[in-house]
Design a protein around this ligand. Structure first.
Ligand code: UD1
Ligand code: CA
Length: 461
């Protein structure tokens, strides 16, 4: 297969976003738009991938790192000028050059592959992705000759009234043969309504040189969406979300209300899982089969075992076993690992803990840096006092231990297997296997006392 390079134009500011960030770093489902484009270029087998940066370029470099190569365009003098900046990187390159925009995140790899194939099959020097729009607005218009071949692109601002009526528009996505592109770029001039170097002028030059340009009509106009303001950004994200939800529903996941379910692009979900409204699944999250997730639950970078139920809770960086019951109102933080059939109930916070099979943490508890064995019961109001102000210490609770309500376990400390901690105890020393630890002051009962009210009555008389 012939080689393919990609040039991603990402130097513009995107003024209408009214942001400190360049437009291409605005996020969809938590991921910058330009990353979607880089992924599509990678999937199409491009090497190198050159990103043209300008406004906020340092931020783009920081975001994408060494995954791509960078070309600086210090002044934004037009799309043709942007591609010219990449010239030296392409000197001697023999293959296809894809031109993409960093702010067209929904473009699929299938479309890019079809474009590359169309150029090759037609023996054309370039293929342009075109769209048919009822309202062509500010898009460049596609001019065709009598045979239907593309012979030019006219910008809306330069178009005659007749040309303005053309509904076939330039999406701005092209594939060129490298050598004719580089030669034609030398010949474009900024003599037009906007005083810019138009990449679109390359098309006319190629045709004048007797080369062929083919147009590929896209059937999905959503794919070419390039949001210009935050209203369009929300619309684009909604479309992306619908696509993802639809995919999981077709894979056997029940989503009660797709409109209010937010699933990230890297998430995977097992069959027969049901997702209730107000659920956010983000990052590299893996949900098993037969789970019930939500309502109102957020899960980030976590793995959830089969058959687990989670409601009104937040889970991040955790590995949850099968058949767990979590929530309502549980907060499971990074480093938490639970085995099968564990329960985390209401107002329970757990951080960096291992909890073995069948243990229960039903309510009002903080467990931090703890190792909890199997079939342990943790009473309401239990706190692992894991932090001395400088260091974090571990609490070990062995199999079958019973922690009474409102206990403080001052780490480092160990509660032995089958041991019991009495309610209200503050445990500072090891509790041996099977022992009972009571660490609270004894109750005193005074029967012969006089209440302040009674004392008052006596003095009145
Ligand atoms: C361009 C096309 C137009 C097409 C439209 C599709 C030209 C002359 N016109 O118009 O035919 O219908 O896209 O959206 O090409 N950029 C740079 N450096 C620059 C200028 C632009 O990197 O100097 C980047 C922008 O950041 C953006 C992309 O190129 O990602 C497109 O630029 P934009 O100004 O939006 O192009 P249009 O004028 O809308
Ligand atoms: Ca307490």
């Amino acid at each position: 297969m012939a080689r393919c390079a990609s040039i991603i134009l990402a130097a513009g500011q995107g003024t209408r976003m009214k942001s400190k960030k360049p437009k291409v770093l605005q996020e969809l489902l938590g991921k910058p738009m330009v990353e979607y484009v880089v992924e599509a270029a990678e999937a199409a087998g491009s090497d190198p991938i050159l990103v043209v940066v300008g406004f906020g370029g340092d931020q783009v470099v920081e975001t994408l790192g060494d995954r791509v190569e960078y070309v600086w365009q210090r002044e934004q003098l037009g799309t043709g000028h942007a591609v010219m900046m990449a010239k030296e990187y392409l000197a001697g390159f023999d293959g296809d050059v894809l031109i993409l925009y960093g702010d067209t995140p929904l473009l699929s790899v299938e479309t890019l592959t079809a474009l590359i194939e169309a150029r090759r099959e037609n023996g054309a020097a370039a293929a342009v992705l075109v769209a048919r729009l009822d309202e062509p607005g500010g898009y460049g218009r596609i001019i065709r000759d009598t045979l239907g071949n593309v012979c030019g692109i006219v910008e809306a601002k330069d178009a005659t009234p007749d040309q303005k009526l053309i509904c076939e528009v330039n999406t701005g996505i092209y594939v060129f043969e490298a050598e004719p592109l580089l030669k034609a770029l030398d010949r474009i001039t900024p003599v037009n309504a906007q005083g810019e170097y138009y990449l679109t002028d390359v098309i006319k030059i190629l045709v004048e040189d007797g080369l062929k340009v083919t147009g590929v009509v896209t059937d999905g106009t959503e794919e070419i969406m390039g949001p210009n303001d935050r209203v369009q950004l929300a619309q684009t994200e909604a479309y992306l979300r619908q696509q993802i939800n639809r995919k999981w529903m077709l894979e056997g996941v029940t989503i009660i209300d797709p409109e209010s379910t937010y699933i990230g692009s890297q998430v995977t979900i097992g069959r027969d899982t049901t997702i209730y409204p107000g659920t956010f699944l983000n990052g590299k999250t893996v949900i098993g089969e037969d789970c019930v997730i939500g309502p109102y639950t957020r899960i980030v970078d976590s793995t959830i075992g089969n058959g687990t139920e989670i409601q009104f809770s937040q889970i991040m960086g955790a590995t949850i076993g099968s058949d767990n019951h979590i929530g309502p109102y549980a907060y499971i933080r990074p480093g938490t690992v639970s085995e099968a059939s564990v329960k985390f109930g209401d107002f329970v916070e757990v951080k960096n803990c291992r909890i073995a099979t069948g243990s229960k943490v039903p309510h009002l508890t903080y467990l931090g840096d703890a190792e909890v064995g199997a079939n342990v019961n943790i009473g309401a109001g239990t706190i692992t006092c894991n932090y001395d102000g400088v260091n974090k210490h571990r609490t070990i609770i062995k199999d079958n231990a019973f922690i009474g309500s409102n206990a403080n376990l001052v780490a480092p400390v160990t509660v032995g297997a089958g041991a019991t901690v009495a309610a209200g105890s503050t445990i500072t020393k090891e509790v041996p296997d099977g022992a009972l630890a009571v660490a609270r002051s004894r109750q005193e009962v005074k029967t012969n006392w006089c209440s302040p009210k009674e004392r008052l009555k006596k003095t009145d008389n």
